[in-house]
Every structure is written in C-alpha cells, then in structure tokens.
Design a binder for this molecule. Structure first.
Ligand code: HEM
Length: 199
C-alpha cells in the first residue's frame, strides 16, 4: 500500500518494482506540485527574491501549501479520506492498511482549518503567508523574505478584519495554524523517509 492521498489510490501494483511504484505515484502528485510553483510565481514580490531563496521557500513550503489546498480531502464527519483518483476510503480501512497517528493529525488539522469558513481569497492570502517564511532553512536574504512576509501578513489581517467584523479571533487562529503546519510537515517527512527506506 501507499497511503498518501496524493496517490491515485492506496493500492499499488504488486508487479511493480519500488522504482515503478514511485514513478506512478509521482505522476499523481506532480501536477499539484506544479500548481504550487505557478501559485508562488504570482505572489507579488516572489520573483524579486533571489533564485536560491525562491527554491528554498518552495522546497520547504510546498507540502504545507498542498495541505491547505487539499484540506477538503479529509472529511471528519464521514471519517473518510478521498485520494486523488477520486475514491473515498474510510479511516478504518486505511488504518487496517497500516495508516497511523499522522492520519489523525491530518484530519484534525483539516477540520480546524475548514471550520474557520474562510473565503477563497482569504485562503489564498493565508497560503502566501505560509510559503513566504523567513525562518526556513537555507534562506540567503532573510531580510527580504521577512519584509515580504510582513507585507503579506498585514494584507491578510486587513482582509480578515474587513470580512469578519465580529470575529477578530480568526486572524489569531490562522497564525496559530502556522506552527501546526510545521509540525505536520516534519511528521510527514518521516513518513516519506520511512517509505523510501522500505522501497
Ligand atoms: C504518507 C509522499 C504530499 C498526506 C506519505 C508517504 C509518502 C508520501 C511516500 C508514505 C506512504 C506509506 O508509507 O504508505 C508524499 C509526497 C508528497 C505528499 C511526495 C508531495 C506532493 C502530501 C499531502 C498530504 C499528504 C499534501 C495531505 C494533504 C499524507 C498522509 C499519509 C502520507 C495522510 C499517510 C500517513 C499514515 O500512514 O498514517 N506521503 N506526500 N501527503 N501522506 Fe504524503
């Protein structure tokens, strides 16, 4: 099994080698990764960063951007996960296939994010704040990344305050999602590494 929802389904072809399995999986997730790159290029100021810092931000943040983009794949009410192929699997089925606590953490995060009821514009601006983070490892010009992130955070705060007059807590709640995304990112890297070690 390959239990990442970025795969078309959790099932892998038993006749395929480790390399073949990875190749099929990468066909499934590559379009989504390309979309993140295109999204980044449209963030005002992103293209003005050094090539090196653009790459570092994308390497570190793509997973987190995808988690926001695909939060709706996790349905806490139904207790199901929809894979990119479009089929829903119950959490129980995935657990029986070997999924662990990380799946539960992903479900919880997605529910909390969706519960905020943000508009598409708000989600998109939040996503830019996630991607443009000066504290990612290997950033050359921390000051420019920081300056850009501050501008984006100011815009996000303005937009949220304008749209949700009685719920000033939403902005704070969103910022609290940032360390959670980091933690999911770290847990997921371990999943990925373990998979690579075994295949
Ligand atoms: C697990 C790769 C993005 C959610 C995994 C595994 C790999 C992987 C190799 C281990 C599979 C296994 O052991 O069966 C990738 C790659 C990604 C990506 C290359 C880049 C596009 C995502 C995203 C999400 C996600 C965006 C969430 C929206 C999960 C979950 C698991 C998983 C829930 C299963 C954990 C468990 O077994 O409990 N991923 N993933 N992945 N991934 Fe991803």
């Amino acid at each position: 099994h390959l239990l990442c929802p970025m795969n078309t389904s959790p099932h892998v072809n038993p006749h395929k080698s480790g390399h073949g399995i990875w190749e099929e999986f990468s066909h499934s997730f590559t379009p989504a990764v390309r979309e993140v790159v295109e999204f980044a290029k449209q963030i005002p100021g992103f293209s003005d960063l050094s090539q090196h810092d653009q790459v570092s931000l994308l390497k570190a943040g793509t997973f987190e951007v995808l988690v926001i983009r695909f939060a709706s794949l996790f349905d806490v009410k139904d207790r199901t996960v929809t894979f990119l192929g479009g089929t829903k699997y119950s959490v129980e089925t995935l657990r029986a296939m070997g999924a662990g606590d990380f799946l539960t953490s992903m479900m919880d995060f997605s529910e909390n994010l969706m519960r905020l009821g943000l508009s598409e514009e708000e989600m998109s601006l939040f996503t830019t704040v996630v991607l443009i983070s000066a504290d990612r490892s290997g950033i050359e010009n921390v000051n420019s990344v920081e300056a850009l992130q501050e501008t984006l955070i100011r815009h996000l705060k303005g937009l949220i305050t304008k749209n949700h007059t009685n719920e000033s807590a939403i902005f704070t709640k969103l910022l609290l999602r940032l360390p959670e995304l980091r933690s999911l990112n770290n847990m997921h890297s371990e999943q990925l590494l373990a998979f690579k070690v075994h295949h």
